[in-house]
Every structure is written in C-alpha cells, then in structure tokens.
Design a protein around this ligand. Structure first.
Ligand SMILES: Nc1ncnc2c1ncn2[C@@H]1O[C@H](COP(=O)(O)OP(=O)(O)OP(=O)(O)O)[C@@H](O)[C@H]1O
Ligand SMILES: [Mg+2]
Length: 459
C-alpha cells in the first residue's frame, strides 16, 4: 500500500485521518505544518499527500507548489472548506490531484485515496510498450518521445545511463528535465539505490548548504542534532540538482570539491565523509551566459558540460504533442475504465497551441479536460479556455474574409459571451450542479449567474 502523508494543524483531524487510513492498510505519516511536511517529503518514501488548505505560515496551496516542484507526479489532495472551492479548482488546474470539501465523508476520502493509489502504481509500472504511437525502441517508463529530436534524446539517455558521468540537462520550464533525469537513474546500475532531488532555487543559501551537505549539532541556531545531508542520503544513487544556476557561488565551490574529491564535510564538521553519488543537474536558463556574467563558476560548468542534453520546447517538436496527450489520458484513467477518446478537433486545437508551459502545461490541460468530461470523449470545449480561444482564434483568422473587418466588434462580443457561458458551465459541473456554490467559486452573485446562463443576448 502507498505511504500517505497527512498535513493539518488541527491535531484532532490528524488523529482521525490517521486512524482511518491505518485501518484501511495505508502507511501513514503526519505533519503539523508545511515545513515539517516538506522535510518528510524530501526524506523520500511518501507516495501521496493529503493537506489542509488553511494553515500558517505555509498554506496547503504553498505546500502543494513546493511538493509539485520536487515531485510533479505525486498526488496531492487538498482539504478545504466550501468557501474555498475556487482555490481548489485553480489548484486542480495547476496539477493538484483532487480536493475534498469539509466536512468530508469517509467514503469520499477512501475513494479519492484509492484513485491516487492507482495513479502511483500506474506511474511506477506504465511501460511504453503499451503505446502504439511510439516506436518500440523506447521503452523508458513514462518518457514519451516520438519526434526525431526526442529520439535523439532517448539515444543519448541510453548511452549515458550505464555510466556514472555527471550530466547537465537544459530546457525551458516544463520540458521534462526531471523526467529525463529520473529515466537516466532508473536505467542505470544505481536504479535500486536512492533517487534524491533538490531544487537549488527553493532554499536560501545557508539552508541549501546544510540540506546538501548536512550539519553537526550546534553548528548554527536550530541545529539541534547531527543531520546527514542529501549527498549522504543519496549515497550509491543519484542526486538531481534542479535549477543549478540558482546555486550561490560559495556553494558551487563546495559542490565542485565534492565532485572532484567524492567526499563531503557536514556544515560545522571536521570529518570528511566519502560519498558515491552520481550528480545530474538541470537548468532552465543558459548556463554559458551565467558563466560570462560571473554568476556561475566556469570550472563547475565545464565539469557538467561534458555530457549535455538539450530538450527543445514542445512547440519545436510538435510530433510529441498527441502521443503525450494520449499518455496523460491513459495515466489519469483508472484501471478498468474505458480510455477516453481524443477527438480529432481536440487534437487539432492541441496542435495549434504554442505551449509556453511545455509538457507540464499540456499535462495540466489534459487533466483539466478530464475533470470536466462527462462522457468518455475529450471534446475541444473541455480544454482550458486559453487553449480553446487560441485554437478558435487561429481558425477564425484562417477563415476570415474582407468584410469581417466591419462585423469584427459584434462577433468578438458574441464569441466572448459564448466562452463565458462555457466557462460558467464548467464551473457548474465542478460544483455538482449547485448554482450557489458555482456563483461563489466565480465570485459573482447568484442572480448574475442566472442572468449569464439565460439565453438573453444582452445579458
Ligand atoms: N517526454 C515526456 N514523457 C512523459 N511525460 C513527460 C515528458 N516530458 C515531461 N513530462 C511530464 O511533464 C511534467 C513536467 O516535466 P518535468 O517536471 O520533468 O519538467 P522540468 O523541465 O523539470 O520543469 P521545470 O523546469 O519547471 O522544473 C511532468 O509531470 C512530467 O512527468
Ligand atoms: Mg524540474
């Protein structure tokens, strides 16, 4: 069974959920706040997180964002009051697994967890051989790539995975840097050893240093006990240094030393501890430029740049869009349920869009569409409004003719009205048809909602 981390500042809820989950054979950990929860997640082993929304100083959304950075595929379930349903819907757009409104029913919690559990298992075991759209050569778990450029990336992964070489992965945000780093780890002789990821941009310098190298008791205020760093935790395995360009210069020097000497020294310590760790780094900014600017050490850059994998943005490898969309549809569909069909019109809209947020944005768009789907068919109207508008605008532009200039204003107005209505209907579906709840989520009053739903063109 999966291990579930429950985060709530109310001890009563923690106890209640803990005993419910344990009775249902889940392994459980608990945390009273976001910082404690993140520490547990970073330590590894957690599969699913259930978090309350209202907590201080970090609320459930903040925690979700941090977890999502570390483990984009980890299901996070948000517990929220009715009044915050809008936040929850936004969160789902950003990749939150699901939300439950308080007071929740035991059955709802258990069925939501069962779905999350299924996702965890599927994510672990989904083999690409299931994907008829992708050449069988690439059976990397969870890594889809059928464009020529991704084929090259996969070739590269196959070559570097068996080695212990340091690798640098470059690409815009959401292009799949972490998924590629993980694929290298899983296909390496270190696969059964720890995979540890640290986001260098997420922590201030002193915390990052003690996070990476550990510290000894009393080395700074708050260092109540000796603590091993992530290099020690990752011993024998792979350490993924995300957003390496954000690493402060002083730490870059220390990292270089570790890469050369293969030993670390804890903050405040005097002993050198040998470590056997493969380091994979990722950057979404141009590291060469950072070297020129003097914010990144050139010796460290050259150490990483020996093996570089460049992942182009999704808009430059459009052949990957549909196989990826189908992959996400399968991933999100519970076992035994029919796999929703991606309608040709929907595929066309996906192909027409530029994907500034790359694969992550595509994944979220598919999740959005599946959330609002009622029959097992992904129609274009289920896509997030931004993508749909883009596709419709592209279509309108291509079919526009000379006299459209005079009628432009009127048609834009009716187009926007139509979109507004569709969006309201989406929210209504999400609110289970409850108009008061939908009005609340949309921050309009109930009479406005009724008016906007009526057929009156002047509403
Ligand atoms: N080729 C791919 N095949 C399958 N899933 C992918 C692929 N590329 C990306 N994804 C999925 O897209 C999401 C974003 O990928 P990932 O987190 O690896 O991006 P990233 O480049 O590390 O982004 P960031 O710079 O924002 O950290 C993840 O859920 C990942 O599983
Ligand atoms: Mg990443």
């Amino acid at each position: 069974m999966s291990k579930v981390l429950i985060v709530d500042d109310e001890p009563r809820i923690l106890l209640l959920l803990q005993s419910l989950l344990k009775t249902n054979k889940y392994e459980v950990e608990t945390a009273r706040d976001g910082a404690g929860a993140l520490e547990i997640v970073r330590g590894g082993g957690v599969d699913i997180v259930i978090t309350d929304l209202r907590m201080t100083p970090m609320d459930g959304m903040g925690l979700f964002k941090e977890i999502h950075k570390l483990h984009p595929s980890m299901p996070v379930i948000l517990l929220t009051a009715y009044a915050s349903v809008e936040t929850a819907i936004d969160a789902m757009r950003e990749g939150m697994f699901d939300y439950l409104t308080k007071p929740f029913k035991v059955d709802d919690i258990l069925s939501c967890l069962a779905r999350a559990d299924e996702k965890v298992k599927k994510h672990e075991s989904l083999a690409l051989s299931m994907d008829a759209d992708t050449p069988p050569k690439y059976r990397f778990e969870n890594l889809i790539g059928s464009s020529p450029i991704m084929t090259q990336v996969c070739d590269m992964i196959q070559k570097v995975a068996p080695t212990a070489a340091t690798v640098l992965i470059n690409g815009e945000s959401g292009t799949g840097k972490e998924v590629i780093a993980k694929t290298i780890h899983r296909n390496s002789p270190r696969a059964s050893k720890p995979w540890v990821a640290v986001n260098c941009a997420a922590l201030p310098e002193n915390l990052l240093e003690s996070e990476m190298f550990g510290h000894v008791k009393g080395s700074f205020t708050g260092a109540y006990a000796d603590k091993p760093g992530l290099f020690e935790v990752a011993n024998g395995g792979t350490l993924f240094l995300d957003e390496i360009s954000s690493m402060p210069l002083l730490l870059q020097g220390k990292l270089l030393r570790v890469l050369q000497e293969r030993e670390i020294r804890r903050v405040g310590g005097t002993k050198d501890i040998p470590v056997d760790v493969r380091v994979i780094a990722a950057s979404n900014t141009n590291l060469e430029q950072a070297v020129v600017k003097g914010t990144f050490r050139s010796d460290l850059y050259y150490r990483f740049a020996v093996i570089t994998i460049d992942i182009p943005p999704l808009r430059e490898r459009k052949d990957d869009i549909i196989p990826l969309a189908k992959h996400f549809i399968r991933l999100e569909t519970p076992d035994g349920s029919p796999i929703p069909v991606l309608e040709p019109e929907t595929a066309k809209a996906l192909m027409a869009y530029d994907w500034p947020g790359n694969v992550r944005e595509l994944e979220n768009a598919i999740k959005h569409a599946l959330t609002f789907m009622s029959e097992s068919c992904l129609t274009p109207d289920l896509l997030p409004p931004k993508i749909l508008h883009h596709a419709q605008a592209a279509e309108a532009a291509s079919s526009s003719n000379a006299d459209s200039a005079t009628s432009g204003n009127a048609s834009l107005k009716s187009f926007l009205k139509q979109k507004e209505k569709e969006y309201i209907e989406h929210i209504l579906v999400a609110a289970g048809g409850d108009k008061a709840k939908a009005a609340d989520a949309l921050k309009v009053n109930l009479s406005t909602l009724y008016r906007k739903l009526s057929d009156d063109p002047n509403n």
